[in-house]
Ligand binder design. Structure first.
Ligand code: ADP
Length: 166
């Protein structure tokens, strides 16, 4: 089941939340900063051992002080106008997150709008990619939450999901 929810992702009690991280995995602004604050300083200490993360790739950490058991860190593409493989890379973030989830018995997962904040990816196109991949894995998980930070984002994601369901 796919659910579109307006929430702070750090408050969700799911098996895993996905972090829109940067290549260093050492914290940053936006959702990444919120996750580091809520998980506590152990997260930074742990992530120092991971050796960073390539764009479109994923790395796993415990959730530490979060209600979620795991954090899947992924690095979305920076939007450069759409001709630099952004769509392919964004799709990879979601697919690789699901592949990692399936090998760790993760049945409930929440995603933020990867790349749609500081990285500038247009929200409608990002939502379409995110929800398309979510649909491909829907049958293999119990719950997939598309976690929106604003009601405006809830509207965008709901409209895109409705289009895909038609
Ligand atoms: P990126 O650098 O990949 O663009 P951002 O963190 O800047 O990542 O933004 C990604 C999305 O996460 C944006 O839609 C932003 O509104 C949202 N966001 C920011 N903080 C939170 C939070 N605490 N919970 C859920 N979503 C959040």
């Amino acid at each position: 089941m796919i659910e579109i929810l307006r929430a702070d992702i750090t408050a969700l009690k799911v098996d895993a939340i996905v972090n829109a991280a940067n290549n260093s995995l050492l914290g940053g602004g936006g959702v990444d900063g919120a996750i580091h604050r809520a998980a506590g300083p152990e997260l930074l200490e742990f992530n120092r051992t991971l050796g960073g993360c390539g764009t479109g790739q994923v790395k796993l950490s415990p959730g530490f002080s979060l209600p979620a058991r795991w954090i899947i860190h992924t690095v979305g593409p920076i939007w450069h106008g759409g001709e630099k493989g952004e769509a392919e890379l964004l799709g990879k973030c979601y697919r690789n997150s699901f592949q990692l989830a399936l090998t760790h018995d993760i049945k409930t997962i929440a995603f933020p709008g990867i790349s749609t904040g500081i990285y500038g990816y247009p929200k409608e196109s990002a939502a379409k990619i995110a929800l398309t991949v979510m649909q491909q894995y829907e049958a293999q998980l119990i719950l997939i939450i598309s976690c929106c930070f604003s009601m405006e984002d809830v509207d965008i994601y709901s409209r895109e999901l409705e289009k895909l369901r038609q």
